[in-house]
Design a binder for this molecule. Structure first.
Ligand SMILES: Cc1ncc(COP(=O)(O)O)c(C=O)c1O
Length: 259
């Protein structure tokens, strides 16, 4: 194991042992390279005369580019288009996104959550989560009405077991009891449950009421208290396409309550 990964694991084991146990074997091996080429490039940004760490050509103080491309993207500055972006996304964008979340969800003020990272759309984000948390035979818990690619990303790629529960109960409400029981059933399996929530749900369009949202968070909390390591994932692919007015998403609801 790389020494930077080992250091991260030591920190997690000390500060957040549950999170350490939720990581997959691959997740435990991963790290951001804070030494070597990338960090040398970052240091060289403040160089006054030459930066010989990166193959970036400048012209008239701007990144060199073809006029024909710039003409179609004239709303953007060359410095925002042609230079390498860090793997986790541009810092300005990440901070602006965090500010937007805080502005739109005042209940997040003072809560602990990271600066978002930039991904190539949702499937990439989901596949990073699958790499970080899913090992062979870990349960991916989704409702019986779901977006089929979850199986591809978590099951076929990472060997997770896809376990479903009925989305609706007898009254046509969200089946929080079935969700909770399905999570608790993982105690005798790998002891870990990756719970993926997607509202408005694809394919049904179903969105929980505020009470159902509360019941979902409560079901996850109670199952975690039974000793299952729950990785809660929210896929807000259709965020804002609500036919019911929700004041905040399940993600916001969870961290507002529990951090
Ligand atoms: C529920 C759900 N999640 C994720 C995606 C994938 O989104 P993206 O194209 O941003 O990867 C879709 C696309 O249909 C979806 O319906």
């Amino acid at each position: 194991m790389h020494k930077l990964a080992a250091q991260l694991n030591d920190t997690l084991q000390e500060k957040a042992p549950k999170v350490f146990h939720m990581l997959s074997n691959l997740g435990k091996e991963l790290y951001y390279p804070t030494e070597g080429i990338l960090s040398q490039s970052a240091e060289a940004k403040s160089a006054k005369k030459y930066n010989a760490t990166i193959g970036t050509a400048l012209e008239n103080g701007k990144p060199m580019h073809l006029k024909v491309i710039q003409d179609t993207l004239s709303a953007y500055e060359p410095k925002d288009l042609y230079l390498y972006a860090p793997p986790e996304g541009k810092a300005e964008l990440r901070h602006a996104w965090r500010e937007k979340m805080l502005k739109e969800n005042p209940s997040l003020q003072g809560k602990s959550f990271s600066t978002p990272i930039v991904t190539n759309a949702l499937t990439h984000g989901l596949s990073i989560i699958a790499d970080l948390f899913a090992d062979t035979n870990d349960a991916l818990i989704i409702p019986d009405k779901n977006w089929e690619n979850y199986d591809m990303v978590f099951g076929i790629r990472r060997g997770a077991r896809v376990v479903t529960y009925p989305l609706y109960d007898q009254q046509g409400s969200f089946n929080a009891t079935a969700l909770k029981e399905t999570i608790i059933a993982q105690k005798s399996e790998t002891g870990k449950a990756i719970v993926l929530l997607n509202f408005p749900n694809n394919p049904t369009g179903y969105t929980p009421t505020a009470e159902e949202g509360e019941a979902i968070v409560q079901a996850i909390k109670e199952a975690a208290e039974e000793g299952v390591n729950v990785v809660a994932v929210t896929d807000d692919a259709y965020f804002s396409l609500f036919f019911r007015k929700l004041d905040y998403t399940i993600f916001i609801r969870s961290i507002s309550r529990h951090s």
